[in-house]
Design a binder for this molecule. Structure first.
Ligand SMILES: Nc1nc2c(ncn2[C@@H]2O[C@H](COP(=O)(O)OP(=O)(O)OP(=O)(O)O)[C@@H](O)[C@H]2O)c(=O)[nH]1
Ligand SMILES: [Mg+2]
Length: 329
């Protein structure tokens, strides 16, 4: 299967666009987003039982945004703009309020709605996955392998999480499932050495995409952040453009702490993309709005479950639609 159907950059872009239009994923996203104490996935009509839109309506909306993890900055911006509209009597009815809220959310999310483009001229295109423990790095690697194979790319994985023996096995299981090679060393090996070896192997075999796993770490653990810097440095020694993508995986269930993680990982090692996982749980989907408001890092993918198909390309439009549609439809 390797090497066949190689997609050009343009085809990849078309693929990404097509992907966001896949009804299956959007439907799943809608059904699974904010399943828990869901404040943001809402019917705007609930806000105005009396049918009248006034300051109180906006106060209630403000509370919903804050409890939906949208964060203070983005909430203030949205409510401020809606208040101006209210004063200009542009929020006459429910439909107008719904549309205004939609466009406010879109405006914040659109700048970070930039799908990952695998550059086919890179052999391999190198993706380094980083994040705190349990965020979903290894699972996302499995899901991404499936996606890249489906797009006709050959894939190799690097078991850069040498901290736990089980981590290597977990990656190998995903590798076997998708029939992709996994480069690993013994537990305790230097992650930079594993990833370096993998890049050499991927170059030798003409692999299209190399995805490197790393051990979970807290953004506050300086020595472990140094380790990631070393991985990046060593990669760039072999190929000065590598890694092409340094992707932070964030568990949406971490709420506002997810924002802190993104800020600090970005400061420490420089991120080029984010993937937000576990939006199917009790997480509140507003966290993406908070992240988009604070950081200009593209949001590449979102995860809504544990299966390979439960990963979708992030699209501002689809996401806002899912956020503002009730679960019951
Ligand atoms: N519900 C749900 N579970 C997910 C999602 N992504 C990952 N998981 C689960 O989260 C758990 C942790 O995922 P891993 O991929 O092992 O996380 P990790 O970041 O590699 O963890 P460490 O290697 O320990 O740092 C697993 O049980 C996954 O199945 C998601 O989008 N939705
Ligand atoms: Mg892992």
């Amino acid at each position: 299967m390797f090497g066949k159907n190689k997609a050009s950059g343009d085809e990849n872009a078309a693929e990404a666009v097509k992907e966001t239009k896949k009804p299956g994923f959007v439907k799943r996203l809608r059904a699974r987003l904010n399943q828990g104490d869901s404040w943001l996935t809402m019917d705007v009509a609930d806000l105005i039982p009396g049918g009248k839109i006034d300051e109180l309506t906006l106060e209630e909306l403000e509370t919903r945004l804050l409890t939906g993890d949208v964060g203070i900055d983005a909430t203030e911006k949205i409510i401020g703009n809606l208040e101006s509209k209210l004063r200009r009597t542009e929020l006459k009815d429910l439909q107008a309020l719904g549309q205004a809220l939609r466009s406010e959310l879109r405006e914040i999310l659109e700048p970070v709605s930039k799908p990952l483009q695998v550059d086919s001229s890179r052999k391999p295109y190198v993706i380094l996955m980083v994040g705190v423990n349990g965020a979903g790095k290894t699972t996302t690697i499995g899901k991404l392998s499936r996606r890249f194979l489906d797009q006709g790319h050959s894939v190799m994985l690097a078991a850069g999480d040498t901290f736990r023996a089980a981590a290597v096995e977990q990656l190998q299981t995903w590798g076997q499932r998708n029939d992709v090679p996994v480069i690993a060393q013994q537990p305790g090996a230097d992650p930079a050495a594993v990833v370096y070896d993998a890049l050499e192997a991927a170059k030798a075999r003409g692999i299209d995409v190399l995805i490197a796993d790393t051990a979970g770490r807290l953004h506050t653990q300086d020595n472990l952040m140094d380790e990631l810097r070393k991985v990046k440095r060593v990669l760039s020694r072999l190929d000065e453009q590598a890694p092409d993508e340094t992707m932070l995986i964030i568990d949406a269930g971490n709420g506002q702490n997810a924002l802190v993680q993104a800020q600090q990982f970005h400061e420490a090692i420089g991120l080029t993309g984010l993937t937000i996982t576990k939006l199917d749980g009790t997480a509140k989907g507003g966290i993406l709005v908070a992240i988009a408001q604070q950081l200009q890092i593209p949001i590449r993918f979102i995860g809504v479950g544990e299966q390979a198909a439960d990963l979708g390309v992030f699209s501002a439009d689809d996401y806002v639609d899912a956020l503002l549609s009730s679960n019951t439809e």
